[in-house]
Structure formats: C-alpha cells, structure tokens
Design a protein around this ligand. Structure first.
Ligand SMILES: [Zn+2]
Length: 289
C-alpha cells in the first residue's frame, strides 16, 4: 500500500465517491429498496443476481461467491488496479487534480517482482478456470472430483491453457522482466537459447503460498495422460523452497489456531476435497515425505 499518496487525498476520494456510480459502470445495477442495489456478480458467472451494493454503507457483497469490500477493493479486485492506481482513478473521476501527487516507486526488489508475477499468474489462471470456454475442461475435471465453485474460489484454483505463450504475453504486456519471470519459474527457457515460453500448459493449477500467505509457486497437475510429468511444481528459486512449503497452510492457520491442530494430507487435491467436507484445517506437503 502506498505511503506517499497523501492521507487527505485518500480521505477526500473516499468521502466523495459513491460506490453505486463506480460499480454501476461495469455492473447493471437495479435499485431495490431505499439503500440496496443488485446486479449480476462480476466476480463469478451467474444468471440470477446475487451481488448487492449498499449505498448507505458504501460496501458490496456477493451472496454467491462471497466477494465483498468497498469501492477501493472493488477496483483492486475487479479492475486489477494497485491501491495507488485505484485512488488516482477515483480522484480522476471527481476531477481532483493529482498531477503533483508523488507516487511511491514500483516494487523494485527481485523477490517482490517475482511475487507480483505469481500473483498476476494466479489471477489469470483462476479467471480462465472460472469464466472462459478455454477453461471448461479444467472446470469439468474439478466438478467430476466433487470440487464446487466455492472451493475453487477459496483455494484460487486455476487453469493454465494449452497455448504456451498465454501467460508470457500477459506478463510482457504488464512490463514484467521476462528473464526474472523465468527465474521465478513462471516461464521456461529452452536450452538451445530460443525465447522462453509458459512453464505450465494444459494443467489444473494449485497456487502455493509461503507461511505469510504470499504467493510463491504452483503445484500443477496434467489434464491429459501424455503431458509429463503428471505433477509439476514450480522449480526451486529464491522464492520457492519445496521442502519449506506446506500447501494451504496460510488458509488453515487461523482455524488451526482455534482447534490447536492441523490435518496433514498427501496432496493438494486431498486438502481441497477435505475442505469441502468440512475439514478446514488441512494442509499437504509437496511430494516429499
Ligand atoms: Zn459473486
């Protein structure tokens, strides 16, 4: 979060912005009662509206996928903006002059950039799974194994498409350093020196986080038999140390604290299945005993 966008500007933007106007730009909202507006949720596919915006409280909530937040988090989650960009966009809407606002620099450390790349990849793969024709095969794979949409959202499951330049194109467009993204394990550099391509292709994706909940890698399962190996992890990197990883630990942690225990499973899929059946403190190691 920015330390250099002045607090008063953030406050002014929040006070003067109406969430109904901002969300109304992307969701067709219908007024229902004094305070409530409803529409089709922009975060998950649906035919009957379960997405609700409160004018009084300046908050949104989806009863389907549980997306919720205020106007700033909407722009971050839906518009894929950074906190700074969200504030500036809202200021712009209000015709506030922001020319002289000094922005804090973009993340500079390599570790930070690698995590940003992973975070973008997670959102991209998740979107493909949830919302696209391309991702249908992965969606069906999960459904056949009893994985419902709630679990897909909870674990941010995804689909890496067959096309081997999809993620690379996106990273390039967002001006990521592609060499660094190869070091981070998102791209693969062929030994003959030709240009890099997506490491993961035609696989269902389980995002992996460090114990602080920061995104650092993937566990990916092949969808077709001839795609070897069947399970592919992110390679070891400054970010990702397989032996230190516990799948879903950041999700299980708050529950584990209450129950004073975790349940150890063999694989990511087992953790997801267990969660659906009410075991919400499950974790898994990654292919090491
Ligand atoms: Zn929703």
């Amino acid at each position: 979060m920015s330390k250099t966008i002045p607090e008063p500007l953030i406050r002014e933007v929040r006070e003067r912005t109406d969430i109904v106007d901002v969300i109304g730009e992307v969701v067709e909202l219908k007024k229902q009662g004094q305070d409530r507006y409803v529409g089709l949720c922009p975060f998950h596919g649906e035919n009957t509206p379960s997405f609700s915006v409160s004018k009084d409280r300046q908050l949104y909530h989806c009863f389907g996928c549980k997306a919720s937040g205020n106007v700033v988090s909407f722009l971050i989650d839906h518009g894929k903006l950074s906190f700074q960009e969200a504030i500036l966009k809202l200021a712009d809407n209000l015709n506030i002059d922001t020319q002289h606002v000094e922005l804090s620099p973009e993340p500079t450390s390599e570790g930070e950039m690698m995590r940003e790349g992973h975070s973008l990849a997670t959102r991209f793969y998740h979107h493909l799974l949830m919302n696209t024709e391309q991702g249908r095969v992965a969606y069906q794979y999960f459904q056949e194994r009893g994985v419902n949409e709630e679990a897909m959202l909870h674990f941010r499951l995804g689909y890496a498409p067959r096309e081997r330049s999809a993620l690379k194109t996106l990273l390039d467009k967002r001006e990521f350093n592609l060499k660094l993204m190869a070091n981070a394990g998102l791209l693969q550099v062929p030994e003959d020196g030709r240009s890099s391509y997506d490491r993961f292709s035609d696989r269902v994706m389980f995002p992996l986080h460090d114990i602080g909940g920061k995104h650092v890698g993937f566990n990916a399962r092949a969808l077709v038999k001839d795609n070897h190996p069947k399970y592919l992890n992110s390679p070891e990197s400054a970010l990702f140390k397989k032996s230190n990883m516990l799948y879903a630990y950041h999700l299980a942690k708050p529950v584990a604290r209450k129950k004073d225990q975790v349940v150890l499973f063999e694989g990511c899929m087992d953790v997801v299945s267990a969660w659906i059946h009410g075991i919400d403190n499950g974790i898994a190691t990654l292919g090491t005993a």
